[in-house]
Design a protein. Structure first.
Length: 181
């Protein structure tokens, strides 16, 4: 994350590590970060990473920026992979990024996706890929932190993103009903 800071790229932790921060840890060998770089910042980041022995493709990074998709950085010495996901211009992605929360972790400051946005993102990934693992992650978050969640915000974006069936599946998996609105 130091390289992102050095390149001046705003970012947020998302995915399984964000879910773990919010209370539902699980084993994973990759880190998911949403990034919002300019072209120049992205080029600077790739140069920094390459100078530190990380595997990253400038071509893949620039293509991801253009397509609002993702690219990978791999640390060959540890095998760790970081998925750098370009922040999309759609309304939910802008809102999610604006709602990120600054935390202190292991002596450093970083931004992490809010609990609600982790839930919504995991439901969307489940809708796109049919992943039971994402549904189970959401069920775990509901069991551990459900009482703290903003259900009005959740149901608004779940409906917009068409993830109602996945939301229902996660609530069934958690054996909980969402609070009445």
């Amino acid at each position: 994350m130091t390289a992102l800071d050095e390149a001046g790229i705003p970012f947020m932790l998302t995915g399984s590590f964000a879910a773990a921060y919010h209370g539902v840890p699980r084993a994973t060998l990759d880190i998911d970060l949403v990034v919002h770089p300019t072209d120049a910042q992205l080029r600077a980041l790739v140069a920094l990473l390459e100078s530190r022995g990380q595997y990253v493709s400038l071509e893949a990074a620039l293509e991801a920026l253009e397509l609002e998709s993702m690219f990978n950085v791999i640390d060959p010495s540890t095998g760790w992979k970081v998925d750098l996901i370009i922040r999309k211009t759609r309304a939910f992605s802008r809102t999610e990024f604006d709602r990120r929360v600054r935390i202190q972790f292991d002596g450093m400051s970083l931004d992490v996706a809010s609990i609600e946005d982790v839930v919504i993102s995991k439901l969307e990934w489940a809708r796109l890929g049919g992943s039971l693992r994402q549904i189970q992650d959401v069920a775990g978050l509901l069991q551990v932190r459900g009482a703290e969640m903003d259900y009005e915000y959740l149901t608004q974006w779940i409906a917009v993103l068409g993830a109602d069936a996945q939301w229902d599946a996660a609530r069934r998996e958690a054996q909980l009903d969402a609070p009445e609105h």
